[in-house]
Every structure is written in structure tokens, then in C-alpha cells.
Write a protein that binds this ligand. Sequence first.
Ligand code: C2E
Ligand code: CA
Ligand code: CA
Length: 409
Amino acid sequence: MLERSAIKILILDDELFMLKLLTRMLANQGFTSVVCCDNGHDALVQVDNESTRPDLILLDLNMPGMDGIEFVRYLVDRQFTGSLILVSGEDERMLRTAEKLVQAHKIHMLGYLQKPVKPAALLAMLTQWAPPLPVKPSKVKKIYSAEEIKTAIKEGALINYYQPKVSVASGAVVGVETLVRWHHPEDGLVFPDQFISVAEAHGLINDLTRLVLLKAFAQAKIWQQAGFELRVAVNVSMDNLASLDFQDLVVKLAGETGISPHKIVLEVTESQLMGDIRVSLEILTRLRLKRFHLSIDDFGTGHSSLAQLRDIPFDELKIDQGFVHRAWKDETLRVIYDTSLALAKQLNMEAVAEGVEDRDDWDLLRHTGCDLAQGNFISKPLLAEEIPQWIEVWLKRVQTELAVADSVN
Ligand code: C2E
Ligand code: CA
Ligand code: CA
């Protein structure tokens, strides 16, 4: 850990009074290597010079001339690797938006401070400061060719992982979501965002989904025989719903494996703008009539929308992880989360919160009465054979740590 006096801090604010005030607050806490600038150009000179390059910048958002957001853009151009604290008189919502913008640029953010700055808030932020690790140049994600994916499907290199979905009120393990991965001979584990859209674009998604379904249903049977009553969800691409064959396939596979339709959940997300939705509507309605469960995935994102809720009789609504994680502390996320939950309840759907990453997320779900939870806090996606043992550990955790026995209000 660096000595406080060795941490180079730059304060950029057009108000001289603020510069003095912040400098004094910092000095009181032992941060004495502080440089003040009242405009962005002078600050960039400091950043450009290796000997004066700051470890941490306290940045005012509102400045005449170059404002804080523009200054951040110049930091990005310079691949600034230090940390940033935003300081502003703007309201919290504006500050949060600015914070997201900075994070999107992959600049390390310690947080934001509202003016008038309270010494305690500043100190709390500074005590968490540690020099960010040098960022590795972000690995460009390899996009695979249709030919490679075709071979992977043919050779059985696609493996189903399963991520648990649990009841928030009781902790019971209700089901799992099937998430496909590719065990690539050279590249190791390859995630679906690197091959699903290629499969869709090259007419391979039906073959891929057939394989995923086949393995998922067979696995559901194995769990059932072992006494685990799990609902198994599978992701369905809109492209799968372009031909009426799909519903026959699902019905046939379920029949052959002897899995009852209400144990199967089809998670649908609209990955691209659809032309004619009549066929998909027909398929989904018929599957629903046969008691397969339908789930609207990624709810709240541009792709899954109210129009689909109106048109399709969904049983389950999955609130997108972008509106779940940290919704307890972010007002805007919270409003979207609450609205999605209320909508699910009013339409008699089960609400599933995705992306539950920590105890705070979990507690929010408990206080708001969300039905099901999914996310790394509960479990990351697992191989089928890891599930029984995970269930054992989870149920113990429910009793000892998660206090789910008391009533949910
Ligand atoms: P999805 O359906 O929204 O699946 C949830 C994704 O969130 C999964 O990513 C999962 O690993 C990840 N996740 C789970 N818990 C957490 C958490 O706590 N925090 C965060 N940050 N992420 C979490 P994955 O497995 O990479 O899948 C990405 C997407 O690929 C899926 O999003 C789904 O749309 C698609 N996909 C996966 N398998 C299939 C498939 O068999 N067929 C089709 N058509 N699409 C699939
Ligand atoms: Ca899904
Ligand atoms: Ca999702």
C-alpha cells in the first residue's frame, strides 16, 4: 500500500474556493501530493507528463470550456490508468449517469461526491483507494465461422451447463436454466455470445437448439429419476420459432423422454427485429396449450417488450440482470425493477430476477416479494453432475445464512 503522501492527486475544478477546500481536506488526512488545476487543458498537461501524472483525479463535472465529460474523453484517448472521483453540484441522477459513462470507458471510478463535499465522504472513498491493476489490453473476442460451429454441433463439443433458479421465499431449488457452452479444443470454454448469433445468421440455430433440448430433456429425466423435481428451462431463439416444425420437435422430444410439459420452460427473447410474428405467435400459443411453460427473457431491454406481453401468454417474466444487480442502491434501476415485478404480479406471471450477485441483491428480492432468483450469488452455471451436490450445500446455506424461514413482506 502506498503512503498517503505518495499518492499523486490532481483536483480539477473551475472554482478556486473548491480547490482550496478540497486541498485542505486532503491535507488533513495526510494526502499532501496534491496539484490543483482550474481548467482541463492545464490538467491534461499534468496527465501527459510522466513525472506529474496523477494516480487519482478529483474531477468537477461542470466547468466552462472543457467540461468534465469531455475531459474524461481525453483521459480515455491517453489510456489513463489512474482512478477518478466525480465531484459536482448536479443531482444524484446526473452524477450516476456520468459515473456509468466513465465506467463504460473502462476508467476506474472510486465514486462520486455531491457538493458541498463532506470530509467524511471524501475520506471514505480515499481509504478504499488502491492503485488499479494495470489493465490488460482487452482481448478481442474471437468470432467463429459457421463451418467451425457446424463441426462443433456435429462432434458434440457443445455442452449444457445448468444455472439454478431458487424460490426467494423458501429457498427451495425450483429449477435450472440450460446455458450452452462450447468446449473448444484450442480455445477452452467458449461462451454463447461468441457463437449463437453466428449460428442464427447461418441457419444453424435449429440444429443447435435441437441438441440443447435433447440433452436438457435427457438430463431432466435423470434428475427426476434421482428424486430431484427440477423444472428445466431452455433458451429459444426467435429464429427457432420461424417454422411450425419447432413445436412438433419440442412435443416429440418431451414425449420420447417422458418429461411432462409443465416441467419444461422455454425462455424466449427477441434477439432481432422480427418481420412476421404470426408464426412464432402460433407456435408459442400451441406450446402453451400443451402446458409447456413460457418465459419472457431479458425483460426491460429493448428486445423484450410490452407488445410481446400483450400478444403471448407467458407464465414467467425474467427481469433482466441489468435492472437487478445494485437496484437496492440505484433509484433508477429500482424503479424499473419494481415496475417489472408489479407487471409480472398483475399479469399472474412468476417473476424471476436474474443477475443476483450479492447478499444485498438477494435481500432486495426478499423485501419486494420476487418469486424466483437466479445469479452468481446463488450459483454460477454448473455441469449437470455438479447439481446434486450443490443442492445439498445450498439447502444448508439457506438454513444457516440466508434466513429465509421468516415471513416475506
Ligand atoms: P440469458 O438467457 O440472459 O442467460 C443469463 C446469462 O447471465 C448467462 O450468460 C449467465 O451465465 C449469466 N449470469 C448468470 N448469473 C449471473 C450473475 O450473477 N451476474 C452476471 N453478470 N451474469 C450472470 P451466458 O451463459 O454467457 O449466456 C448468454 C446468453 O446466451 C444467454 O443469456 C442466452 O440468451 C444465450 N444462450 C445461452 N444458451 C443458449 C441456447 O442454448 N440457445 C440460445 N438460443 N441462446 C442461448
Ligand atoms: Ca435465458
Ligand atoms: Ca436473461
